[in-house]
Structures are given as structure tokens and as C-alpha cells.
Design a protein around this ligand. Structure first.
Ligand code: ZN
Length: 203
């Protein structure tokens, strides 16, 4: 199982990080050891002084595929979840400046908290899935899949040019604005269409 993450997929977030809006989806990967499920606590790593949350919609691949055309991509997923792409922003800044790969700032253990999944057919509007992140009960991020620069189908087309997608692979689709630092004692609660999807503590 692999975890594919799209960078800069909401223009308002790209602006807050002063990132360029890419012409095609930019992606990176996390290993399966990054997963954190079942509302288990996230342990703040000692190597970062600026560990930030990025709440993201996550799609799960349910068919094997390569070179998938955008118009057929919706046959390759049927479940959506909410996740966090934890990012060591201070290390990411160094990686960007020095042109280094992103593993140390994005792919570390527990960097991908993930909720349980909802079937697509249970959602009222598949093209406008609304989600929110609360920190200690205060709304800090909110987004809608309608605001993604690249729709999930376009992402699948692009990624599958390079990688074979396998059953169980996860695609994190980028974060809306409002990313921010987490600290020990924080509680992070994610909601999708008003329903609580995850609720865990930073330790
Ligand atoms: Zn992200």
C-alpha cells in the first residue's frame, strides 16, 4: 500500500505558502509507516519546531490500474475519508531552499492520521464534499472538494501515468487554507459533511 499526496491543490493555500499554482498535479509519497488510525494520539516529533496540520480529503483506490484516463477514473474509487498530512514546516523550508526531497518533512512516522471511510453514494454531492478541522474546538480549516485545482479524476490520470495504482492505495488531495502549528495537549477533530471523522490528541 502506498500513500500519494498532492501538493498545492487549493489556490488559497498555495497563496498562504507563497507556492506557485502548478500546471499539472504535483505529488509526493508517504510510506505505510506514516499511517495513524483509530484516533490514536499523535506524538509530536522532537526534530521539528514547527509541526503543522494540513487537513485533506482522502480517496481509496479499489481497482488495479495504470494509464487511467480522467473520464474512467471514477471507476477506481468508491470510498472517501479525512486525513491529516502532518508537515514539519521548518524542515520543509530547508528542503525547498536546498532542492532536497521532502521525506524528512512529510513522510515520518504518524505523519498521516486517517479516519474510517464513507462510501461515495452516501454523500449528497460527490463533487462538493465539505470538510473542516477543529483545533481545541475552534474551527481552523475548512474546504470543499469543489475548490480543488485538480479534481480527483485528473489526479488519478496524472499519477497513473507514472505509477501503477493498486487496491488500497490512498490519495491525499491537498489542503485548504488555515494550516497551522500543533502543540502538545492540542486536540484535533475532523468533520466531513458535519460528521466527526477523527478526534485525537497531540502528545
Ligand atoms: Zn498536504
Amino acid at each position: 500500500m502506498k500513500i500519494i499526496c498532492v501538493a498545492s491543490n487549493y489556490s488559497e493555500h498555495a497563496k498562504e505558502l507563497k507556492s506557485e499554482i502548478p500546471a499539472e498535479p504535483v505529488f509526493f509519497m508517504k510510506p505505510d509507516s506514516a499511517l495513524l488510525q483509530g484516533n490514536k494520539p499523535f506524538y509530536l516529533p522532537e526534530f521539528s519546531k514547527d509541526l503543522q496540520h494540513e487537513v485533506e480529503l482522502v480517496y481509496r483506490i479499489n481497482r488495479l490500474g495504470k494509464h487511467i484516463e480522467e473520464k474512467f477514473a471514477n471507476r477506481y474509487y468508491n470510498d472517501v475519508a479525512l486525513g491529516i498530512d502532518f508537515t514539519a514546516r521548518d524542515l520543509q523550508k530547508i528542503c525547498k531552499e536546498k532542492g532536497r526531497p521532502w521525506e524528512i518533512c512529510k513522510a515520518f512516522d504518524q505523519s498521516a492520521p486517517l479516519s474510517s471511510f464513507i462510501k461515495m453514494e452516501k454523500l449528497q454531492n460527490k463533487d462538493s464534499i465539505k470538510f473542516e478541522l477543529y483545533k481545541n474546538g475552534t474551527l481552523v480549516q475548512q474546504g470543499s472538494s469543489a475548490d480543488m485545482i485538480f479534481h480527483i479524476d485528473k489526479i488519478i490520470e496524472h499519477v497513473s501515468k507514472y505509477l501503477t495504482l493498486k487496491i488500497g492505495d490512498l490519495i491525499f488531495t491537498g489542503t485548504p487554507p488555515g494550516v497551522g502549528q500543533v502543540a502538545i495537549g492540542d486536540r484535533l477533530t475532523g468533520k466531513l459533511e458535519g460528521e466527526t471523522m477523527f478526534d485525537f490528541e497531540v502528545k
